[in-house]
Design a protein around this ligand. Structure first.
Ligand SMILES: Nc1ncnc2c1ncn2[C@@H]1O[C@H](COP(=O)(O)OP(=O)(O)OP(=O)(O)O)[C@@H](O)[C@H]1O
Ligand SMILES: N[C@@H](CCO)C(=O)O
Length: 321
């Protein structure tokens, strides 16, 4: 469960006293998520999410993430808003960690993906990209092509414990990705982790996007490549072209894709599969014995990567004919 840091009643009380939110009525740890500690907080005034930032989030990046949420919300994107304390600040410390309070977003993330989810996602992602174009801050993507080889090396060849030959296979794939990664595509703020568990729906309508802690400045179309991986494969490993078509088609209604962006999709999809395979592999290998959080399966992304390697052009994703 994703509560790495315990919060004592006294600490919580003095933290909440810095806000105009009334008295705490309930505070419960949230089991979902793997990166940060999250609590559902009910006060006299409203429901909130309390987040304590853990290992992978660099505290220097927090202003980028928090101001991004404010920027997007100002432009009509439904996402949590950081709540300011009485001092006008949203970022403070709790139980030795950087911490912030957020508005509660209603909705549920989809456990089973239907085509309408992908259509809504495409539209919302394009709106997100357009809304982010005039965001004043930038943040380099620290999980892109140049970071993958060091990440693989930090696994010290232990990928072969997960699957014999995996380390060599990934090293060869990195040769391809490093040689073929695009250099000049439209850039902007991307979410970079828009997985189903970060997108909420009410009925068939998307009700909001959460978890901006991998957001960064990169190729906009790379965000779509991440979603081709995270939303368009079925449990049996087959690629669902209908879902991909809806995702990309509804995106294009809000933001046009250039030919160069469309042509780059196959290599970007391979890269996106590599990115999640490697972070999952690292977490799998470094998973502490008896930890509450169950590591995610790196092999799922090996199957996706193998599919993308077999792709000869963007038409495999239902686009570019
Ligand atoms: N603003 C919000 N409104 C409602 N629920 C929220 C909100 N923020 C987080 N949650 C809940 O907390 C859970 C974990 O949040 P989040 O995905 O941000 O955590 P994380 O540890 O950063 O996870 P991840 O593993 O996806 O990176 C979500 O699945 C959701 O149930
Ligand atoms: N969405 C990521 C985990 C959180 O970054 C994954 O499924 O590997």
């Amino acid at each position: 469960m994703a509560v790495y840091t315990e919060v004592t009643d006294d600490d919580l009380e003095s933290f909440v006293a810095d806000y105009n939110v009334g008295e705490v009525l309930a505070c419960k740890g949230i089991a979902e998520g793997v990166e940060n500690s999250n609590f559902f907080l009910q006060t006299q005034q409203d429901s909130f999410i309390l987040t304590l930032y853990e290992k992978r989030v660099n505290a220097d990046d927090l202003p980028f993430f928090l101001e991004l949420m404010e920027h997007l919300a100002d432009r009509g994107i439904r996402c949590p808003l950081p709540v300011n304390g009485r001092d006008g600040q949203s970022l403070r410390r709790l139980s030795g960690r950087p911490a912030a309070l957020f508005t509660f977003l209603e909705g549920m993330w989809p456990r089973k993906i239907h085509p309408f989810h992908c259509a809504e996602l495409g539209k919302a992602m394009a709106q997100f990209h357009v809304a982010g174009l005039d965001y004043g801050r930038t943040r380099a993507n620290n999980l892109t092509v140049g970071n993958w080889r060091p990440l693989l090396e930090s696994c010290g060849g232990r990928g072969d414990e997960v699957k014999p030959g995996l380390t060599d296979f990934l090293a060869r794939e990195l040769d391809f990705l490093e040689a073929n990664w695009p250099k000049d595509l439209p850039r902007g703020v991307i979410h970079a982790d828009m997985f189903p568990d970060n997108v909420f729906y009410r009925g068939e309508s998307l009700s909001g996007i959460i978890d901006f802690y991998f957001a960064c400045t990169d190729f906009l179309v790379y965000d779509l490549a991440i979603c081709l991986n995270a939303w368009c494969f079925e449990r049996d490993g087959s690629f669902n072209m209908t879902k991909a078509k809806l995702l990309l088609g509804h995106y294009r209604k809000e933001r046009a894709l250039s030919k160069a962006e469309i042509d780059a999709l196959p290599v970007l999809a391979r890269g996106a599969a590599m990115r999640f395979l490697l972070t999952r592999l690292y977490d799998w290998i470094n998973h502490p014995e008896g930890a509450f959080v169950k590591p995610k399966d790196p092999m799922e992304y090996l199957r996706y990567l193998t599919f993308h390697q077999s792709v000869t052009g963007p038409s495999a994703y239902g686009i570019g004919e």
